[in-house]
Design a protein around this ligand. Structure first.
Ligand SMILES: C[S@@+](CC[C@H](N)C(=O)[O-])C[C@H]1O[C@@H](n2cnc3c(N)ncnc32)[C@H](O)[C@@H]1O
Length: 361
């Protein structure tokens, strides 16, 4: 039942977003009583849990707030300069649901929940530095390799510019000091190589089942609307990443990961380190696509040479030895060197992150 899915979603944001939590609990109650929320959500009654109808509902309302069209509701949203009053929130939501029923309904039924977290650039930056140094050591080169970065599940492609960000580390800046996008990566430990030089990314490409075109206002609003309205720091980070993307556009192709990867990896490239990267994607990929992806990567790994090396770099949640707990791990495999490392662990958004290199089996 839809009301139960809303309550499920409310539990998922209980700690990090009291605003969304309160909104979804009240909306679930309204749904159960057949109120206006039921009309807004009409047609979504049989949606799968994985499509998170509650977050689509919250995202659609947030979008109206960000467009500046519902001032009486915006006053509750820190992302629009407001301050939440959880006791009166639902009273201010109701008139918006009545006034914008059809528009909200069409937004909710035509979109998928879509996020793109630019904080993950920080572990990516350190991971790429590590990969290119290790590949150069293996090839007996003095200079590190330029990198071809291939991202599966790239969303809006906001993690395709890790070399164009200013990272505040050890009281200084690494990366691109002139960037409009600054990250404090809050690292414990450091990458196991010299990361003070900027990376050379000579080619970048990404694919996604549902790519978001961040060169368009509608794409930027789409991604912004799925950041919870009481997470202004995360929202500000996204806006900086979107600004950088305007200056340095990289298109994301609409494709399923394995097919796209097979095409991209068809020929090894000499004097370039090819890095296949994905973050918080694996859980959404079907078993058949996972198997195909592994096989395509194994074929490409078999063709890799010291002067045309291949790396797999991933930032994904993995179950810890405490059975019900997950941590996000940065994992690196490098061919033909046969190196396989867990570089460190962090949280979902990539910041903070702890560097701690261990063998990965
Ligand atoms: C949680 S988002 C993460 C986006 C981005 N990697 C990041 O870290 O911000 C997961 C993304 O994976 C994409 N995705 C899921 N399955 C996919 C597949 N088989 N092929 C390509 N993209 C896929 C989704 O469309 C979505 O954009």
């Amino acid at each position: 039942m839809l009301a139960e899915l809303f309550l499920d979603a409310s539990r998922a944001c209980h700690v990090h977003s009291p605003l969304t939590h309160t909104l979804l609990v009240a909306a679930a109650d309204d749904l159960a009583r057949g109120g206006i929320t039921a009309r807004v959500m009409a047609g979504a009654e049989c949606d799968r849990k994985g499509t998170v109808p509650g977050f689509r509902f919250a995202g659609a309302l947030h979008r109206l707030v960000l467009e500046g069209r519902v001032p009486t509701l915006s006053k509750h949203y820190p992302t629009a300069g407001g301050k939440p009053d959880l006791d009166t929130l639902w009273d201010d939501v109701l008139p918006v649901l009545h006034e914008h029923t059809d528009e909200l309904h069409s937004l909710i039924t035509s979109t998928v929940v879509q996020t793109n977290e630019p904080g993950r650039n920080a572990p990516l930056f350190g991971g790429l530095q590590t990969a290119t140094h290790l590949a150069a050591d293996e090839a007996g080169r003095r200079a590190t390799f330029p990198i071809r970065l291939l991202e599966v599940g790239a969303s809006g492609g906001l993690n395709l510019r890790p070399h164009r960000i200013a990272y505040r580390v050890d009281g200084g800046t690494v990366g691109d000091p002139g960037s409009p996008f600054t990250l404090d990566p809050r690292w414990t430990g450091r990458p196991p190589v010299d990361f003070s030089h900027n990376l050379r990314l000579v080619r970048r490409a990404g694919c996604d089942l549902h790519p978001v075109d961040v060169t368009r206002e509608s794409g930027r609003l789409h991604l912004s609307s799925f950041v919870w309205g009481d997470q202004p720091a995360r929202f500000a980070r996204l806006q900086e990443a979107l600004e950088l993307a305007q200056l340095d556009p990289v298109p994301v192709q609409q494709a399923t990961g394995p097919e796209w990867l097979a095409d991209q990896l068809a020929r090894p490239e000499r004097d370039v380190l090819t890095v296949v990267w994905h973050s918080v994607v694996w859980q959404y990929v079907s078993p058949a696509d996972r198997a195909m992806g592994r096989s395509i990567l194994a074929d490409a790994a078999a063709r890799a040479t010291p002067m045309a090396p291949l790396a797999l770099l991933v930032y994904e949640p993995r179950r810890t030895h405490m059975a019900d707990r997950y941590e996000f791990q940065l994992l690196l495999k490098l061919w033909p060197a046969g190196i396989s490392l867990r570089l460190g662990t962090g949280v979902g958004h990539g910041i903070p992150f702890t560097w701690d290199t261990q063998p990965w089996n």
